[in-house]
Design a protein around this ligand. Structure first.
Ligand SMILES: [Zn+2]
Ligand SMILES: [Zn+2]
Length: 429
């Protein structure tokens, strides 16, 4: 799930062609691109690393770019092999208007600016936040046109000026937190997730529903060598978000935590909780998802479609020390408080948005039982490194289903209906 406070409107993302005829021509080119997959085989190749503001260029004709030629600013060229062979174009799923389907378009490949890297995307998980972006559920809304996607994995294929510490060919991941300012009181106190000047991948800047993307080298996750980039993709949001949420619940090993919602986030949260030594209760409205929860380590499950789950969970556990709410159903946020043990902590992670953005809680219960209610917002870079380490060590593994980029709308529709078990990961190779 995703936060909003850091969603900046400042992106430098500019559509270069607005005329209808160019749009139609672009769609024709897209259909050709679907068949030819012109970027196939581009991974691990390099290109010149000219610094330029990343733009969403529309390509009208395969091989031609509708925008101005990239400026050569006289910066050092990226070193590496095969630069001339790397595709100059890419396929991407683009949102041009809120509440309309994504369109597969052929766009100019972005160039990494100073401090940025160019990533040949291998996989991108589909998060519920992508649906909120497409539907315009949050304020501020996403910057249009938008390439969604913030569970991105791939390989570094070019380096912008001044990049150090990240190497060509390295496997990296791009999370929701595209960047933070690094200088404000929050960044300086280890709370970069709430930086007011942060940018959000696949929301305020182009994301990973594309064959290529650029990202600041300082903010990408470093993935283990030979990592399974499909299995790891969901760790970049669902993983790090639930991991940080569990940390913020302050539940200790041996204590109880309730995971509410066993969807893309929840099924990973259960695994982190198990790996962290917690005893687990799980709540969902779908028996299939509750069976998955049991297989992943939940000791107690309750179906909230059959009534308030709090009494059953309190009876089985004495009330749980913590709870994390990963769903976006408002009722769940209220029920979560009711299943806590005295002194317990409830962590809100899901973001329903719009008119659903309210909960009712008993003030007397909060005060009388000294309950803590807190939000948790994706994760810092340190959280991300830790979350990746759990996955890299085999302790956490997302249940994934692969789908091609061309099925992105279908996947979002299934997500809207709650029909996805685990996580769908788009295949961009
Ligand atoms: Zn997400
Ligand atoms: Zn900051």
């Amino acid at each position: 799930m995703a936060f909003l406070s850091g969603a900046s409107r400042e992106t430098g993302l500019v559509p270069l062609a607005a005329e209808d005829d160019m749009i139609r021509a672009g769609n024709d080119a897209t259909r050709n691109a679907d068949r030819h997959n012109s970027a196939a085989g581009a991974r691990d190749k390099t290109a010149s690393g000219m610094a330029a503001t990343p733009k969403l260029h529309r390509s009208v004709d395969p091989g031609l770019t509708s925008g101005p030629a990239p400026r050569d600013l006289g910066l050092p060229r990226t070193t590496g092999k095969g630069g001339a062979d790397m595709a100059q174009e890419m396929r991407a799923a683009v949102l041009r208007k809120l509440r309309t389907p994504l369109r597969i378009e052929k766009l100019a490949r972005p160039e990494p600016g100073p401090g940025q890297i160019l990533i040949r995307v291998a996989a991108c998980g589909v998060c519920h936040s992508d649906l909120h972006a497409v539907d315009g559920d949050w304020t501020p809304g996403p910057t249009l046109p938008l390439i969604p996607g913030h569970e991105v994995t791939g390989h570094v294929v070019a380096l912008g000026r001044g990049v150090s510490g990240v190497k060509l060919g390295e496997a990296v991941g791009v999370p929701w937190m595209f960047s933070a300012c690094g200088a404000c009181e929050y960044c300086l106190s280890g709370q970069e997730t709430i930086c007011r000047n942060g940018r959000s991948t696949g929301y305020s800047v182009p994301g990973g529903y594309a064959e290529f993307m650029v990202a600041p080298a300082a903010f990408v996750g470093r993935l283990p060598k030979n990592a399974d980039l499909f299995a790891l993709a969901p760790i970049l949001c669902a993983g790090v978000t639930t991991y940080r949420g569990l940390k913020r619940s302050q539940v200790k090993p041996g204590q109880w935590v309730t995971v509410i919602g066993v969807g893309g986030l929840g099924h990973i949260a259960i695994q982190y909780a198990a790996a962290m030594g917690m005893r687990i209760a799980a709540v969902d409205v779908d028996d299939g998802k509750l069976r998955l929860a049991r297989r992943l380590g939940a000791h107690v499950v309750a179906n909230a479609a059959k009534g308030d789950p709090a009494p059953a969970i309190r009876k089985a556990t004495g009330g749980t020390h913590g709870a994390i709410v990963t769903t976006a159903a408002p009722r769940a946020f209220e029920q979560a408080v009711g299943l806590l043990r005295r002194g317990g902590t409830c962590v809100y992670i899901g973001v329903p948005g719009g008119k659903k953005d309210e909960v009712r809680n008993s003030i007397a219960a909060l005060v009388g039982a000294e309950l803590t209610l807190r939000g948790s917002n994706v994760g810092t870079r340190a959280d991300l490194a830790e979350a990746i380490a759990f996955a890299g060590n085999g302790l956490v593994s997302a249940k994934i289903e692969r789908q091609p980029l061309s099925h992105a709308n279908r996947v979002l529709e299934r997500m809207r209906k709650g029909q996805i078990l685990g996580r769908v990961v788009l295949d961009l190779r």
